[in-house]
Design a protein around this ligand. Structure first.
Ligand SMILES: Cc1cc2nc3c(=O)[nH]c(=O)nc-3n(C[C@H](O)[C@H](O)[C@H](O)COP(=O)(O)OP(=O)(O)OC[C@H]3O[C@@H](n4cnc5c(N)ncnc54)[C@H](O)[C@@H]3O)c2cc1C
Length: 444
């Protein structure tokens, strides 16, 4: 069985490794348009944060590691066309036209940072840094810049703002919603972090939509937002990402948002063609199909597609949009439905916010937890945590609780260890408010 995978990033690599583990007779070929593989998209943040010494250290795998597993890696191989009748792929390999036949095809060509809705979004001073060469260019541009404007207050934008403020840059963060990180958090959870941002000197412009970016003759960039402007030396684009699928056979069905339509086994509308990672929509926290371009979905869909290559045996279980990061001295993490998002789901929810001590010491650090649960059966639907202590791992426990449909009463009885140095008398993730307390202090 010849399995061709287009795109050698998280989804493509996970699929390749799973195929080579599962099917000993499979020939696995990865086609990747870049000259290197395995770059981690927030490598520049790791570098700015001094977690790595060189940008090039931000790699999750290498060609050598993959080839040791028997996977053939064709780099600098850009796919131009897929013919689903003949099961042949045409690609440009180091400037030469080549073709390859497949028995099974996995499309893992991911996404790129969009800028086409903003006039001038492709100016040289408008930085995108998902790929290694872009990150290198962004690194030197930002080094020379004193004023940086960041478009988009999602995870990438807020992380960048924190890291650039710490370098003494003058930073403006522009977000069209009325608070940052809105996809993951309810407003009141993010309020203390917004206060910290402003105290740190960040110029936060909320409810402002950027319409254009233009380069002035003196090399300054002007960012236009409504009737205001921001002057910057560099602009970081951290708005949405979208797939780029020009090479697709036009009989492969797409969704309205231009992602590839797949069923729960990650099969496309074409026989023996699968799609994974940032190319597809998934069933999300509200159970509708949504676009959630994060790495854990890329890896999990890559593995699931590989397991369904011969028979459809393993449905993909969906995504809770679980994230965790540290910004402005706060560890923040979220999984599942937010209370704000629940309004769009038709599910009646209740919520509760509480501050919990993290250990038994008198001056123990605390975390703020927000629970979002079904109003009727008390099933946990979402959780958010913020703390100055590293509580990020706890979100994975709560994601598992949501995936396995635990009620908040069941969570109170979750088994946990006690050690006075590390946990309080009751573990934070068991500390769903005691029933009586919850009834008294219910916020919804
Ligand atoms: C700046 C930034 C930071 C991020 N940080 C995080 C994070 O910390 N955590 C997280 O969960 N998510 C993060 N994300 C999101 C994450 O990058 C994506 O969800 C993830 O990379 C998707 O993986 P993928 O394999 O589906 O696609 P991609 O990583 O987009 O990779 C697709 C691959 O396909 C190749 N390709 C595309 N077209 C062709 C073609 N025609 N022929 C051959 N090859 C092709 C590309 O070169 C690329 O290597 C970040 C995104 C950005 C932009």
């Amino acid at each position: 069985m010849k399995v061709v995978i287009i795109g050698a990033s998280f989804a493509g690599v996970a699929a390749a490794l799973e195929v080579s583990n599962r099917y000993s007779d499979a020939e696995v070929i990865l086609l990747e348009k870049q000259v290197t593989l395995g770059y981690i998209p927030n490598g520049l943040h790791l570098y700015w944060d001094k977690k790595i010494e060189h940008l090039n250290d931000a790699r999750f795998t290498t060609r050598e590691q993959l080839e040791k597993e028997g996977i053939t890696c064709c780099l600098h191989a850009e796919v131009q066309k897929i013919n689903i009748d003949k099961k042949v792929i045409a690609y440009d390999y180091h400037g030469k036209e080549e073709s390859i036949a497949y028995d099974k095809l996995i499309i893992a060509t991911g996404s790129h940072q969009l800028s086409d809705k903003i006039i001038g979004g492709s100016e040289e001073s408008v930085l995108k840094y998902k790929w290694y060469d872009q990150a290198q260019a962004a690194l030197s541009r930002v080094k020379e810049s004193q004023r940086v404007a960041i478009i988009g207050g999602g995870q990438v934008g807020v992380e960048a703002a924190d890291l650039l403020i710490r370098q003494g840059k003058k930073v403006t963060l522009i977000e069209s919603m009325d608070y940052v990180l809105f996809k993951y958090f309810d407003k009141e959870m993010i309020h203390p972090i917004t206060r910290k941002m402003v105290e740190a000197g960040l110029d936060v412009r909320l409810q402002k939509t950027v319409s254009s970016v233009s380069m002035e003759p003196d090399n300054t960039t002007t960012v236009v937002l409504g009737n205001e402007t921001v002057a910057a030396d560099a602009v970081v684009m951290s708005v949405n990402v979208r797939p780029d699928l020009d090479f697709l056979d036009n009989r492969i069905e797409l969704n309205a948002d231009s992602t590839i339509a797949v069923d729960c086994y990650l099969r496309t509308s074409a026989k023996d063609v699968f799609a994974v990672g940032d190319c597809i929509q998934l069933s999300g926290p509200g159970e509708d199909r949504v676009y959630i371009p994060v790495i854990n979905n890329a890896v999990r869909t890559g593995m699931v597609a590989a397991s369904n290559l011969i028979e459809p045996t393993t449905p993909f279980k969906g995504s809770l949009r679980t994230i965790g990061t540290k910004v402005f001295d706060h560890y923040i993490a979220s999984t599942g439905l937010t209370e704000a998002e629940s309004a769009f789901t038709g599910r009646r929810v209740k919520s509760h916010r509480q501050e919990v001590r993290l250990s038994s010491y008198e001056n123990a650090e605390t975390a703020v937890l927000k629970w979002v649960y079904d109003a009727q059966n008390h099933e946990l639907l979402g959780a958010q945590i913020t703390s100055t202590a590293d509580v990020l791992e706890k979100i994975n426990t709560l994601a598992l609780a949501i995936q396995t449909k635990q009620t908040i009463e069941a969570l109170q009885q979750k088994d946990y260890f006690f050690h006075p140095s590390y946990v309080n008398m009751v573990s934070a993730t068991n500390l769903v408010p005691w029933i009586g307390e919850r009834t008294d202090r219910d916020e919804s």
